[in-house]
Design a protein around this ligand. Sequence first.
Ligand code: AHM
Ligand code: MG
Length: 333
Amino acid sequence: MKRVSLTQFLVEQQRQNNSIPAELRLLIEVVARACKTISHAVGKGALGEVLGTAGSENVQGEVQKKLDIISNEILLEANEWGGHLAAMASEEMESIHPIPNRYPMGEYLLMFDPLDGSSNIDVNVSIGTIFSVLKAPEGMSTPSEQDFLQPGTKQVAAGYAVYGPQTVLVLTTGNGVNCFTLDREMGSWVLTQSNVQIPADTKEFAINASNSRHWYPPVTRYVDEMLAGKTGPRGKDFNMRWIASMVADVHRILNRGGIFMYPADLREPEKAGKLRLMYEANPMAMIVEQAGGMATNGKERILDIQPTALHQRVAVFLGSRNEVELVTSYHKE
Ligand code: AHM
Ligand code: MG
């Protein structure tokens, strides 16, 4: 098998259709390098004294794990000096992180969830890093939170790294979705899947069913109909999976189809779900759409939502097109 590295892949893409400007290519490589470092820290586990809580809370009031903070630091440090970025924003930081004055300022904005699936860190279950890249608005001098509040359609790149039995980087620059497996001996990312496509139909769904008593009627109806199996209105049996790491659930869907749901529910309607639009929903929605799938908040396309706050939450339905279409149609009835 001819091995194509991430660098070679990006350079060739840049040559072929000029779809990736050189600056963006370098930015992606720096993010990928940071993910390699995070993968290494994650892999050490108890031996690296990286497990457990850090005794602090993030802006959403969630307890931070040591690895949440370490991963955040790795991404900030790796991306600060390269000259491609104007600012960064992270799920783990209350406000944006402008590039310090001692470094040149670039034209991109980077957002990330440094370590998604925090509840799985200490139990050795797959976790990951999710990232999204936007262009800074034309004429921006000092970056502000406002500059980040662009709809997901404006993303120029999005991706995630999943730290599981293998470490895999999944990337889109708006021209399909490609996967790179980390060769741990060589320390390089190798192209292992090109132009991934999510099947339009599926028999598998993912939702945290312990919240079912709080669901809104369209979600209850949709899930009940699947649970009814062959003799129910759907006429087939469905299987369920819930990893509680969005990266791992999305990665499964990318590989064999399925629908992932984190709906808003009756508890705190104003929160509109658990997941964050800027760090989780938008990048995943771009990847899923680029792979032929669909992503909505139950009513509208996630990528069309005009953000109003950096840490805004959103309901998420994504994956196999026909299923996302169906559950979205139930919300509209
Ligand atoms: P995190 O960013 O704090 O890790 O939270 C996001 C995670 C997602 O990866 C996952 O889909 C979801 O939270 C699981 O939530 P729950 O524990 O409610 O099932
Ligand atoms: Mg997360």
